[in-house]
Design a protein around this ligand. Sequence first.
Ligand code: PMP
Length: 296
Amino acid sequence: MYYNDKTVSFYDGKFLKSKDTGISPYSQSLNYGLGVFEGLKAYQTQHGVRIFKPMEHFARMKKTAEALHMKFDYDTAELEKIAYELLERNKLKNAYIRPMLIAADNMGLMAGGDAKLFMAAWKWPRYLGDRLLNTCISPYVRISPKAIPVMGKITGSYVPNIMASTDAKQRGFDEAIMLDEAGCVAQAPGSNIFIEKDSMLITPPLGYIMPGITRATVIDLAKALKIEVRERIITVEELLEADAAIFTGTATEVAGIASVDGNLLKLPFNKSQCARIAEAYNELVHSVHEPAYTII
Ligand code: PMP
């Protein structure tokens, strides 16, 4: 699904067939989860293929690598250029792009050595589909920011998220909602969350959650649409009593939530402010953004 014999990816300084990367089983990323990745999305717009907010994604990746003491020499403009070239080489228009910084071979527990950049792209439908989602509160809590920096996508920090999504699916739900250690609503395994009450949007504050680029975009869109937004703690009771709710993320985009633990949210989704946000986001990503490089 992610690659075939012809797929090209970028690895350790060059474009090569994905099947030929020969990624090392001795890498600290594979052994201990010390790795940083990102997820970007490209869209076909009227004026060509455009990656949505590439600088924000690559800047987050670089900041996260720095926090993990991983050497990462590419600057954001170089990364953007590689991403566009990857799309062109694979003839992709609407696609998901996955850069990953893979740690050096090291069986010890000190970070260091030369990490290698891998970047791949593939066609991927919306991560949680297009239907309204039936969700559940997960028994697995969001990882503590005191254990792992939460400012970016760190490979090892995804284990609780995988546990949460797998548990949700096994119990017949579409997706999980993870709480923080204090029992307040944090986020979904691969998306941020907003609830709606009395036409106002509320989302958990930064600190415990992934500072989602889609989350920031949704806050800006809400302001432009004159929808009030608050960043504050959300209790489980508030979530269950919400008029509507959405997950947000690059791969998820803006996905509506139908129910939580079997409780239907109060409003028909199409009557909610959340639905206006979903429409505005869809319009925005398909509009033209100026890339630093126009290859396609
Ligand atoms: N939280 C987690 C754990 C994620 O992996 C993601 C991205 N898939 C998000 C939130 C949403 O972040 P963004 O909007 O930057 O894609």
